[in-house]
Write a protein that binds this ligand. Structure first.
Ligand code: COI
Length: 336
């Protein structure tokens, strides 16, 4: 099992008229939506999504990792995209009910996770450019395992993109809006044809500083210092990124959130990417201006390994959850 879609029995649904209250339909059978051809999401891309994971522990409990962080980011994204925010308690309840209803799809411990996809979209019809008159909030899910080919912790090979940019200052790069993702496909598909796993983007102003990889945040390691691009509005404020910064600092690393130049990356001891989908992905090599640098002989570096072990250990309930990141999923009856 990789990161393909395996549909499950149920999803969660709520709707809202612009200026009104959210109306909860609750857990409903997973299925297609009926949309007006002139819905705002189809015409103007008015929508944000989240990515989250639920895990099964060896005691058979189900845990969701940091759902309130996603609720907060979704709320901020709604503001950026002029959509009514999903109240944080509704967001959390929706996620927990979706996992509970689809409990049988959560893979056994160590075999993967249930990936959750909260989606807030402008579904109402509109022709002129403006906010949709109505909105739908959904949470659907799919059991998943490794995002990249080769399995978790298989080092990935990245190429640095110099022509296309993912985001620019003042744009929507820090919002998980649906329109941020398709523009990377052209570059990503080209890179994959050349044998790379993914693409690293540079800043749009100077073409010098790392932004992020198509689907994840980026870290580099030099000695006992771990550096990652700071949040200046053009990169996604990743929840795995934030968690890794905390875990690394607690392990005695100096964690620096700042501009990270591509030259610095080419001289790093080790690099890795983080994200809900990719977890912690060690970087085997980076290609830039025709030059390729290999890290750790193309093997998993010690810091990537340690960060992966600690993060997944907490998520799967194998290590103590000292920061209270996991939320236990109650057993809900299947109804709104
Ligand atoms: C995630 O990591 O959850 C994401 O949303 C990235 C996506 C491109 C799979």
């Amino acid at each position: 099992m990789g990161f393909g879609l395996t549909t499950t029995a149920y999803m969660f649904k709520a709707t809202c008229e612009l200026g009104g209250e959210w109306v909860v339909e609750g857990v409903v059978p997973y299925g297609d939506l009926s949309l007006s051809p002139s819905s705002a999401v189809l015409n103007y891309g008015q929508g944000v999504f989240e990515g989250m994971k639920a895990f099964r522990t060896s005691e058979g409990e189900l845990l969701v990792f940091r759902p309130d962080e996603n609720a907060k980011r979704c709320e901020e994204g709604a503001g950026r995209m002029s959509m009514p925010a999903v109240p944080r308690d509704l967001f959390r309840d929706a996620v927990l009910r979706t996992v509970s209803a689809n409990a049988e799809y959560v893979p056994p411990v160590g075999m993967g996770s249930l990936y959750l996809r909260p989606l807030l979209i402008g579904t109402g019809a509109i022709l002129g450019l403006g906010p949709a008159p109505s909105y739908t909030f959904l949470v659907y899910c799919s059991p998943v395992a490794s995002y990249f080919k080769g399995g978790q912790l298989t080092p990935i090979d990245l190429t640095v993109e110099e022509t296309y940019h993912r985001a620019a200052p003042g744009g929507s790069g820090s919002t998980k809006c649906i329109g941020n993702y398709s523009p990377v496909l052209k570059v990503q598909l080209e890179a994959k044809k050349r044998g790379f796993s993914d693409v690293m983007y540079l800043d749009a102003k100077e073409n010098k500083y790392i932004e992020e990889v198509s689907s994840c945040n980026f870290f580099c390691v030099k000695g006992k210092t771990i550096s990652t691009p700071s949040l200046q509005g053009t990169i996604l404020p990743g929840i795995t990124r934030k968690s890794i910064c905390e875990l690394a600092a607690a392990r005695g690393f100096t964690v620096e959130e700042r501009n990270v130049s591509i030259d610095e990356v080419m001289n790093a001891d080790e690099c890795f990417c983080t994200g809900t989908a990719v977890v912690v992905a060690p970087v085997g090599s980076v290609e830039y201006k025709g030059k390729t640098v290999k890290f750790c002989d193309g093997k998993v570096g010690p810091t990537s390994q340690a960060m992966y072990d600690e993060l997944t250990g907490i998520q799967q309930g194998k290590l103590p959850d000292e920061r209270g990141w996991n939320v236990k999923v109650p057993k809900f009856p299947i109804s709104g």
